[in-house]
Design a protein around this ligand. Structure first.
Ligand code: ADP
Ligand code: MG
Length: 280
């Protein structure tokens, strides 16, 4: 922990704090107003999904949190630091749509990269890589190169890499988009388990309503351009590991799916409070 002055009065226990964020892109054909008045706090250990129509600014918001781009107005902090400082300190793992693997490194070497950068011993690295590849079902592919893998497998390598350091925060932008349905559900279950185990907070972008409901403590529904937060829906579900397996078949799960779908499609407000959950 560094003890430098904090430019924002953010609570350091929160994983992510977004305050009054606007983002406008200047393009040759004029301005694109991508995000407007975004306020969002993600607590430590909390799983928050962003869902909304294509082009509503989900990836832009993720890129601002990851300091890959800067807001036009407002502020972003991560564990009470500036987004930039958090990036320099490697306070989070990233898995974005494009796997972003280094083509000249093997699967193992890609997964182990964050550990190498942080000076983890080679013995420790090897055992952690073995564990991670096992988790994403790629143990037999450790010596392959990215271009020898399918898109879904590359994505699993990227997910393993994002988890390498057991970060306190994961930024995941449609990480399961390229996976087949069965692998996708397995990865979702794994992610729930990992989060329970490590206490990591997650900001997760998805197009899938059931995926958002299954994974999240809260689902942030965004409206079309300029992207605004239309509604934040708490998921009143028991996501304890033991319950996670049957969760997708539960009545409360479908009620939450309906709540998110209604918020997304009609834009009409959903009655406050968990629906149908208390009278199971
Ligand atoms: P989403 O991830 O929700 O589909 P994006 O965040 O990728 O949406 O994009 C939001 C809007 O901002 C879109 O209209 C997109 O075209 C625009 N946009 C994103 N990045 C840039 C950029 N670098 N330059 C110009 N426009 C951009
Ligand atoms: Mg996107």
């Amino acid at each position: 922990m560094t003890t430098q002055t904090q430019p924002q009065a953010a609570d350091t226990t929160d994983a992510v704090t977004v305050r009054g964020v606007d983002k406008t892109f200047e393009t040759r054909s004029g301005q694109v107003h991508a995000l407007q008045s975004i306020d969002l706090t993600v607590s430590a250990g909390e799983f928050v999904s962003l869902i909304g129509p294509s082009g509503c600014g989900k990836s832009t918001l993720m890129r601002l949190i990851a300091d890959l781009d800067q807001p036009t107005a407002g502020s972003v902090s991560v564990f009470g630091k500036t987004a930039k400082q958090a990036r320099l300190d490697q306070d989070y793992g990233i898995a974005f749509q494009q796997a972003g693997l280094l083509p000249w490194r093997t699967v193992s070497a890609n997964v182990g990269l964050p550990l190498e950068l942080h000076g983890t011993s080679s013995r420790e690295r090897t055992s952690r890589i073995t564990e991670l590849l096992d988790m994403v079902g790629l143990s037999d592919f450790s010596d392959r190169y990215p271009d020898q893998l399918s898109g879904g497998m590359q994505q699993r390598v990227a997910i393993a890499r994002s988890l390498a350091e057991k970060p306190d925060l994961l930024l995941m932008d449609e990480p399961f988009g390229a996976l087949d349905e069965m692998t996708r559900e397995r990865m979702q279950t794994e992610l729930v388990r990992i989060c329970a185990e490590t206490g990591a907070a997650v900001v997760f972008v998805t197009h899938s309503i059931p995926e958002a409901v299954y994974l999240s403590d809260r689902v942030v529904v965004m409206s079309p351009r300029p992207g605004r937060i239309q509604e934040i829906i708490p998921m009143a579900l028991d996501r304890a590991p033991a319950a996670a397996d049957g969760l997708r078949e539960e009545r409360a799960f479908f009620d939450m799916v309906t709540a998110v779908r209604e918020a997304l499609h009609t834009g009409s407000p959903v009655p406050s409070g968990p629906r149908g959950v208390e009278n199971r």
